[in-house]
Ligand binder design. Structure first.
Ligand code: SF4
Length: 308
């Protein structure tokens, strides 16, 4: 059945000239039908650069929006518009506008896991790979309003020692729920394992990390490390790519505070082979953006790209 669905998707892709981009947190079978895999910003840049009129973005809503911001001339299909993100939803544009009025001199730095409306109110975006560089590019005496991830924000604050950062009270419900005790237990049975952590995790979990960084950074670290066992403290969808790239190494998903052996993002898992087939057949739903908001959001992303 799975193979039939995959064959149907391949046929529709060929007939309609669609390129599929999928995030590492998607289901393994969704990753299988992707032309490109990556984290959200890398995929949006890929969407901009590839020669295709129609992109299908297998990921949550803000990722499709970011692709459309960077590629306004392309049609961006999203298999399930209900697949949102708890982190992006924790910061609404209206609430950010009110916060900006309270701190008129602060520069707004927004993680890319935000809606297009929030990006339009942002001075400079950042990713988990370049958040440190972005914050360090801002003069020391300039106040920063960092949205929406308080965990990433406090991690950057800790690394830079910067005091004048106001942190938005938002978090990813997946990364917040990794258990420090559960990871320490796993370390007892795998003392040789390196712990790799995404900076969206809570501080007490990030402190256990041998490496703390973005999904792309974690993948690179695991490949370059001499170690062959890793406790992976991020969404376990990444394990499919880890096992494909480094089949000789062992990857153990970290448990959640609820006692689950891993901690999945239910929004990412809403993208299924069936929803992709329906989306390709109907060439809908698509991402549509107000042009002025798109241009303003694009400016904050370009400001980030200039930093590197
Ligand atoms: S894992 Fe967290 S940040 Fe990523 S899409 Fe899911 S809710 Fe959003």
């Amino acid at each position: 059945m799975k193979d039939k669905k995959i064959a149907r998707i391949e046929q529709l892709k060929r007939e309609k000239g669609v390129v599929i981009l999928a995030h590492y947190y998607c289901r393994p079978e969704v990753q299988e039908v992707a032309d490109f895999l990556g984290d959200s910003l890398a995929l949006s840049v890929k969407a901009r650069d590839i020669d295709a009129k129609v992109i299908l973005f297998a990921g949550v809503h803000f990722m499709g929006e970011t692709a459309k911001v960077l590629s306004p001339e392309k049609k961006v299909l999203i298999p399930n518009p209900e697949a949102t993100c708890s982190l992006a939803e924790s910061c609404k544009a209206e609430a950010l506008a009110q916060m900006k009025a309270k701190y008129p001199n602060a520069l707004v730095v927004a993680y890319v896991n935000t809606t297009v409306g929030v990006k339009a109110l942002t001075d400079i975006c950042c990713t988990s790979s370049n958040a440190l560089q972005v914050v360090e590019s801002i003069p020391q005496d300039r106040e920063i309003l960092f949205v929406p991830d308080k965990n990433l924000g406090s991690y950057i604050q800790k690394v830079t020692g910067r005091q004048n950062m106001i942190l938005w009270d938002g978090a990813c419900h997946v990364h917040e729920k990794f258990s420090k005790e559960g990871i320490l237990e796993l370390k007892k049975s795998h003392p040789e394992a390196k712990v790799v952590v995404h900076p969206e995790c809570r501080g007490e979990v990030a402190e256990l990390a041998d490496y703390c960084g973005s999904t792309a950074g974690i993948l690179t670290y695991c490949g370059e490390s001499k170690c062959d066992t890793f406790i992976v403290v991020t969404e376990p969808g990444i394990l499919a790519e880890m096992e494909k790239r480094y089949p000789q190494k062992k990857f153990i998903p970290a448990p959640s505070i609820e006692g689950k052996s891993c901690n999945e993002c239910e929004y990412m898992k809403m993208i299924t082979l069936d929803s992709i087939i329906a989306c390709l057949e109907n060439e809908s739903p698509t991402i549509e953006l107000d042009e002025q908001i798109r241009q303003e959001a694009s400016r904050s992303i370009e400001a980030m790209v200039k930093v590197g």
